[in-house]
Design a protein around this ligand. Structure first.
Ligand SMILES: Cc1cc2nc3c(=O)[nH]c(=O)nc-3n(C[C@H](O)[C@H](O)[C@H](O)COP(=O)(O)O)c2cc1C
Ligand code: SF4
Ligand code: SF4
Length: 434
């Protein structure tokens, strides 16, 4: 079985699966059960400064989007940071860390953007024996209106500032958690690095309204006839999260900045994808909230088996896909493929035909007895038919070998790659050549 032990910015854990700061990590009872189930670490639900506890709504705080089989695809929440007293959380963190010294215990923090507030809370956290802190610069609702959370995460100068305050005050590693509710995630990541961050983690939740009650005419979840935007997470946000992780990992300014990947991780494969794009570990919230703590067992066994099959170690996986993340203009325009339908697998539903005929390139023929075939002379290889076909692997994209003539363009497929930067239709390429 592959070795899954992880050292993330000096914080050791038996596997790279941490629970993200959220309800699963809100109290001792949960975190003990999570560790018993096998989680490698937790980021404790965000603590605020001492004083009167945070007040949450008393109506529904979660909304959702589902697939056709009612599988949860996205969870929306309007919850705030922990609403339990600071001293209770600190006491529990200390007790759990004492009993599980081999697990990662990171504490998420969000206090006002004032140096004194950070200097006040950090020694209290340090005293618990926690392994590190995560700065919540991402909470998109409730706290951002008070100048915290995403209000900080959307302002690189503030990120740099609070990171610096923390680094000057504590010996603990500082992970800066970023909001996706920003145009270019590389800027806050660079700011965190300038402030001295040991790592960034991303993503926090995405600003969203998941649905509208068409009788009440109000966003859901609805509280006394009104709703507000919330933060979306779960499988629906994974594509955005993967892209943002990759953007930071392949940017020269932040390529050496460790990343904790978050957003829709539900299976070992999701985790492996985040790691291949540069994440040193992953954090999970929605999958645990949907399926319970034992989901980690599939993640551990699946990742371990994958690494064994590939005959690579976990560190070899981290960032392995980054050299292959490219910008569009560098993609090989001499790579030509065509859709091919496996007639034995086809159930003759006609979805590929409807999609290609109505919205793509009229490249699928339908015979009277519903045999569907691809017209190579029309197929542009857009992949739409593959994506709409209900039978996995029924339609595949097959590459044309160099030397063959593409019946659509009449051109011979070239073996040498060529991209847009040198294409004759590219005015910039002409300028560069002159
Ligand atoms: C109900 C709920 C509460 C959350 N509270 C916090 C929080 O207090 N601090 C924080 O940094 N992130 C919070 N998050 C965001 C998660 O830590 C995580 O970034 C996000 O859910 C994406 O991961 P996922 O797709 O695995 O759920 C919360 C998420 C949910 C669903
Ligand atoms: S790949 Fe695109 S163009 Fe080709 S058959 Fe499929 S849908 Fe049509
Ligand atoms: S969508 Fe797939 S299963 Fe349906 S007709 Fe096309 S190839 Fe066959």
């Amino acid at each position: 079985m592959a070795d899954l032990t992880t050292d993330f910015v000096g914080i050791k854990s038996p596997n790279p699966f941490w629970l993200a700061s959220a309800p699963p990590t809100d109290k001792e009872y949960n975190v003990r059960r999570a560790f018993e189930a096998g989680w490698g670490g937790v980021v404790w639900k965000t603590l605020g400064e001492a004083g009167p506890p945070i007040v949450n709504v008393n109506g529904p705080r979660y909304g959702a989007i589902w697939g056709a089989d009612r599988r949860l695809l996205g969870l929306n929440n309007i919850e705030l940071i922990t609403d339990r007293p600071l001293e209770v959380n600190l006491r529990e963190i200390k007790a759990v860390k004492r009993d599980y010294p081999d697990r990662a215990m990171v504490v998420s923090l969000m206090v006002p953007c004032e140096e004194e507030a950070w200097k006040a809370i950090l020694p209290l956290v340090e005293e618990t024996g926690a392994d590190g802190i995560e700065l919540n610069c991402g909470c998109p609702h409730g706290m951002s209106e008070r100048g915290m959370g995403a209000a900080v995460g959307q302002n690189p100068d503030l990120i740099e500032q609070i990171t610096r305050w923390c680094k000057q005050t504590t010996r603990m590693p500082v992970i800066v958690k970023l909001t996706p509710n920003i145009t270019d995630v590389r800027l806050p990541a660079q700011a965190a690095k300038r402030g001295g961050a040991d790592a960034v983690s991303l993503i926090n939740t995405v600003n969203s309204i998941t649905s509208v009650d068409l009788d009440l005419f109000a966003p859901e979840p609805t509280i006394d006839g009104k709703g507000s935007h919330g933060g979306l997470c779960g499988p629906a946000v994974k594509p955005m999260a993967l892209n943002m992780v990759a953007e930071i990992a392949r940017s020269p300014e932040t390529a050496d900045l460790p990343i904790s990947g978050i957003g829709g991780v539900t299976t070992w494969k999701d985790a492996a994808e985040f790691m291949a794009l540069g994440a040193g570990n992953v954090q999970v919230c929605t999958a645990a909230m949907t399926y319970g703590f034992k989901v980690v067992q599939e993640m551990i066994s699946g990742l371990s088996q994958y690494l064994d099959e590939k005959q690579i170690g976990l560190p070899d996986l981290v960032g392995r896909a980054i050299p292959n993340v490219s910008d569009w203009q560098h993609l090989n325009l001499n790579y030509v493929s065509k859709a091919v339908i496996d007639q034995d697998a086809c159930i003759k539903c006609g979805r590929c035909y409807a999609a290609c005929e109505d919205t793509s390139h009229q490249a699928i023929a339908m015979s009277e007895d519903r045999v569907f075939t691809v017209k190579d002379e029309e197929c542009v290889a857009c992949n739409l038919c593959v994506n709409v076909c209900p039978v996995e692997d029924c339609i595949t994209m097959e590459r044309m070998a160099p030397g063959q003539t593409d019946p659509r363009t009449g051109k011979v497929v070239q073996a040498e790659p060529a991209d847009w930067t040198t294409h004759p239709n590219n005015p910039m390429a002409k300028v560069a050549a002159e």
